[in-house]
Design a protein. Structure first.
Length: 348
């Protein structure tokens, strides 16, 4: 070990361990606010423990999902609006879990940056905690990586990992049949897919992120950062009521690519595009880009963030359950023999 007075330290290399520790202390209350049955310890250990029996499971199957927020982060970083991308991160993971019939139980995050800014990182993690509270999922840990030379000044990246459970034999999709009804659950906007194209469209429009939104209140940047809707509580309520055969999370690939993932071989879907209208934000993006309908349907969610495939005799009751849990619901089509998705009408 060198005893030279000018010996280098980790801080000299750009890594501030004290800042990392300060961040952990700062976010402990946010993490604690997400505690639910089954959580066995708090932040700070080398790993997190969860008791499935205490969460009410007898013969559980674990289900895991991981995702990020994509280039939506670029808008958040450029605008300094960092309080909602954490909700996006949670939603992109837990919305996938519920499509398997699983209840999200706990969540971990990964935050990587070149130089840690405690206030900015705390805003992001507090958003993650809000997403966890909204989906009854515990924030049990994560990793904050300070990596000088890997990221430009002010930049960071974000990833999430969610674990859920179901009782053995309760997996979705299950029982999908010809004649099943497709219930579309409204999105809250663009959600977290297609943002490389969104950014290109905004660039071509000549507008800045601080320009007044052409399709709503506030600035353009803030409007485009509306967080992804969480469908966990409504999806689980409908599933437990009976008659829900499948859920399809409409993410990258739009309606065209995602709905078939919830349908068995030999079955496709007929969708009536006249059953709903495009949200103003998506209509503006489409008009600015001059997008064809086919391109739109495989790029953006078109105002439908989740599709529920339900038994015909349960469609009315399940629509009521979704609505009681805060969803806006449209009957958008049916399951038919065949493959893929067939569209009738025109989105407007």
């Amino acid at each position: 070990m060198s005893d030279r007075p000018n010996g280098l330290t980790y801080a000299d290399a750009g890594v501030d361990i004290d800042a990392g520790n300060a961040l952990v202390e700062r976010i402990k209350p946010a993490a604690a606010s997400t505690k639910r049955s089954g959580v066995m310890d708090g932040l700070g250990g080398f790993g997190a423990m969860f008791d499935l029996k205490a969460a009410g499971y007898k013969d559980p199957i674990l289900v895991a999902a991981t995702d990020g927020v994509g280039t939506k982060l670029r808008i958040a970083i450029d605008t300094g609006i960092l309080s909602t991308v954490g909700i996006d991160l949670v939603a992109m993971c837990v919305n996938d879990l519920v499509c398997q019939g699983a209840e999200p139980l706990f969540f971990l995050d990964y935050f990587a940056t070149g130089k840690l800014d405690i206030n900015e990182a705390a805003m992001v993690v507090e958003g993650i905690a809000e997403g966890c509270r909204l989906s009854n999922s515990a924030l049990v840990g994560g990793e904050t990586a300070e990596m000088p030379g890997m990221y430009a000044k002010g930049d960071f990246d974000l990833a999430g990992f969610s674990v859920g459970a179901m009782e053995r034999g309760a997996m979705l999709p299950s029982g999908v049949a010809e004649g099943d009804v497709l219930l579309g659950l409204a999105s809250s906007g663009v959600h977290s897919n297609g943002y490389s194209l969104v950014r290109k469209i905004v660039e071509n429009s000549g507008l800045g992120w601080d320009a007044p939104s052409p399709f709503g209140d506030g600035s353009l940047g803030a409007a485009l950062l509306a967080p992804t809707k969480l469908y966990v509580r409504s999806g689980l309520a409908a599933y437990r009521a009976g008659g829900l055969h499948a859920l399809a999370h409409i993410t990258g690939g739009g309606l065209t690519e995602n709905l078939p993932r919830a349908l068995p071989d030999g079955l496709g879907a007929d969708i009536d595009l006249n059953a709903w209208i495009l949200p103003p934000v998506i209509k503006w993006l489409v008009d600015q880009a001059g997008m064809s309908q086919a391109e739109l349907l495989k790029t953006f969610n078109c105002g439908i963030g989740m599709i529920a495939v339900v038994a015909p005799d349960r469609a009315e009751a399940l629509q009521a359950i979704f609505e009681e849990n805060g969803e806006t619901v449209v009957t958008m089509g049916t399951v038919v023999k065949g493959d893929g998705v067939t569209y009738a009408g025109t989105l407007a």
